[in-house]
Design a protein. Structure first.
Ligand SMILES: Nc1ncnc2c1ncn2[C@@H]1O[C@H](COP(=O)(O)OP(=O)(O)O)[C@@H](O)[C@H]1O
Ligand SMILES: *[C@@H]1O[C@H](CO)[C@@H](O)[C@H](O)[C@H]1NC(C)=O
Ligand SMILES: *[C@@H]1O[C@H](CO)[C@@H](O)[C@H](O)[C@H]1NC(C)=O
Ligand SMILES: *[C@@H]1O[C@H](CO)[C@@H](O)[C@H](O)[C@H]1NC(C)=O
Ligand SMILES: *[C@@H]1O[C@H](CO)[C@@H](O)[C@H](O)[C@H]1NC(C)=O
Ligand SMILES: *[C@@H]1O[C@H](CO)[C@@H](O)[C@H](O)[C@H]1NC(C)=O
Ligand SMILES: *[C@@H]1O[C@H](CO)[C@@H](O)[C@H](O)[C@H]1NC(C)=O
Ligand SMILES: *[C@@H]1O[C@H](CO)[C@@H](O)[C@H](O)[C@H]1NC(C)=O
Ligand SMILES: [Mg+2]
Length: 443
């Protein structure tokens, strides 16, 4: 074999070694159909149940589409259910929780069920005035086939599902306009509303272009086009930045009118940014504005917010969306020697301080949702000054005003009642409105 042949084989081996783990990993993350088969065979054997089991296992009216999982222990797919776009999720730990509850039989299903529901509700919301109603609501949802009787398989399935924050909070907050609708479950699988846009993709580093309205949402052609245009835009951004560096002509780039126009067409407008900002504030208020108690999103990055067709924001990832009471318990049970150890969810969202004299974290957090949105997420959404904005478009005003708003927000105290929260969020919205009016006058 000549040197080129050896080189070729070496490259092939190196590529295979590098690529195989990815393929294997993808296989582990994207094996939902095997899980559906498992759950459905247990459903047919009368071991598990759920409101969607008939559709999933008998009618075959749920069709899985693309795999969206980011980790192996949680499967996420899109799909359709009777013509509706849905997301189907399952946390693989559900099977362990279910295993632990196999001893719940028909005989004592009702007693175990009621006991477990009450204990779960009080873990989440403490001793809230309307917790009784919540237990009743959950009892209704746990009666998978809605026949008014709870049997062993229903109790086993539903109590196992309630061990997971996301499906539980989705059910509890299903009346909210700002969480995705919960459609139902079968075993540990649950289906929810799919939103047409995810905020991080529209307003983050990699944007997706706006809707082409004559194509319906979910149309594969539209998706292809979006992907294509997204690529074009990223290429334009790259080319522009490259020109900049080479020509040392940063501030004058917008003279290349065609680029500026193309970029403008593909980016969210200022109006859309403000619309998003108001709706994110509404979302953070509305999840707390429920009958049971305040709720916190401890993982509030742009990838966990979606935008519906009428431009309102919905939270799409509730794994770390905790009731205040629950969050407080999580924090105060944590041993610590320094403040860095005191957080729940993700470390930026819900952190508290270390009480070094007790050796435990303090129960109340240092910041809350409105702070994260206003101080961390708004600057990303309103990012600038943008080298690609047309000349005369005063981005410095907007950028400065948003960072001043951040300063205002950083002084807002953490509050513990819905009235105070509403007052704070209203104050932030008013300031944002003033900024919007001023910034539109400037241009
Ligand atoms: N309801 C939804 N509508 C549209 N896309 C969704 C929805 N839920 C999840 N996705 C997509 O799947 C990705 C991962 O979902 P997510 O629930 O945020 O899981 P993770 O725990 O991996 O962050 C999201 O970033 C989003 O692109
Ligand atoms: C799945 O559930 C387990 C156990 O509750 C939890 O530790 C894990 O973080 C969950 N996974 C995701 C992706 O939410
Ligand atoms: C089922 O087993 C668990 C321990 O594995 C026990 O705590 C629980 O009380 C049992 N439930 C019933 C209904 O027997
Ligand atoms: C959740 O709300 C949606 C929209 O209001 C509704 O269609 C759906 O049936 C509700 N889900 C449950 C489980 O009640
Ligand atoms: C932009 O270009 C014009 C001429 O095309 C030049 O006069 C001006 O100084 C440039 N501005 C900057 C900031 O480079
Ligand atoms: C968006 O539409 C939903 C129902 O389709 C409605 O409940 C909600 O109020 C609308 N939001 C806005 C901002 O119009
Ligand atoms: C810290 O812990 C001590 C001892 O348990 C307690 O007396 C004190 O009030 C705590 N301080 C704070 C700020 O929670
Ligand atoms: C842009 O806004 C800044 C800050 O408000 C201001 O000082 C400047 O004069 C404005 N420039 C234009 C061209 O309007
Ligand atoms: Mg997420």
């Amino acid at each position: 074999m000549d040197a080129r042949g050896v080189k070729g084989i070496t490259i092939a081996i190196v590529v295979a070694v590098l690529v195989m783990p990815f393929i294997y990993h993808k296989h582990l993350k994207c094996n939902m159909s095997a899980i559906v088969n498992q759950v459905c065979s247990e459903y047919k054997a009368g071991i598990v149940s759920g409101s969607l089991c008939s559709d999933l296992c008998e009618q075959n009216s749920i069709h899985l589409g693309k795999c969206l999982s980011t980790v192996t222990d949680k499967k996420i797919y899109d799909g359709d259910w009777k013509g509706m776009q849905v997301i189907v999720k399952v946390n693989m730990s559900w099977f362990e929780e279910f295993e632990k509850r196999k001893n719940i039989t028909d005989n004592h299903a009702v007693a175990s069920f009621e006991k477990e529901l009450q204990s779960r509700v009080s873990t989440l919301f403490g001793d809230c005035p309307r917790c009784g109603e919540l237990a009743l609501l959950l009892a209704t949802l746990g009666d998978g086939n809605s026949d008014g009787v709870v049997i062993g398989s229903e109790a086993r399935t539903f109590i196992s599902l309630l061990q997971f924050i996301e499906p539980t909070m989705l059910m509890i907050l299903n009346d909210s306009k700002h969480t995705v609708d919960f459609y139902g479950y079968c075993g540990g699988l649950y289906a929810l509303e799919k939103v047409p846009k995810v905020v991080s993709k529209e307003f983050g580093a990699h944007w997706e272009p706006v809707d082409i309205s004559f194509l319906s949402y979910g149309d594969p052609f539209q998706e292809m086009l979006n992907e294509f245009l997204g690529g074009v835009r990223n290429a334009v951004i790259f080319a522009m930045q490259y020109c900049c560096a080479v020509l040392n002509d940063a501030l004058n780039l917008t003279r290349y009118h065609i680029f500026a126009t193309l970029f403008q067409m593909l980016s969210p407008s200022k109006r859309e940014k403000f619309e998003l900002a108001y709706s994110m504030l509404d979302a953070t208020l509305e999840i707390s504005n429920n009958p049971y108690g305040l709720v916190r999103q401890c993982d509030g990055h742009l990838g966990n917010f979606g935008i519906t067709n009428n431009a309102s924001v919905k939270i799409i990832d509730l794994d770390l969306t905790y009731p205040h009471v629950f969050l407080k318990t999580l924090l105060e049970q944590k041993k610590c020697v320094s403040d860095e150890e005191c957080w729940a969810g993700n470390s930026e969202g819900c952190f508290s301080l270390c009480n070094t004299s007790s050796g435990f974290c303090t129960p109340t957090t240092v910041v809350q949702g409105v702070h994260i949105i206003c101080e961390v997420l708004f600057p990303i959404i309103f990012r600038g000054p943008n080298i690609l904005e047309p000349q005369g478009h005063n981005t410095t005003f907007l950028t400065k005003a948003i960072s001043k708003l951040g300063l205002f927000c950083s002084k807002l105290p953490v509050v513990n009642s819905i009235e105070d929260l509403r007052r704070e969020i209203l104050a932030v919205k008013r300031r944002l409105k003033t900024i919007e009016i001023r910034s539109s006058k400037k241009c």
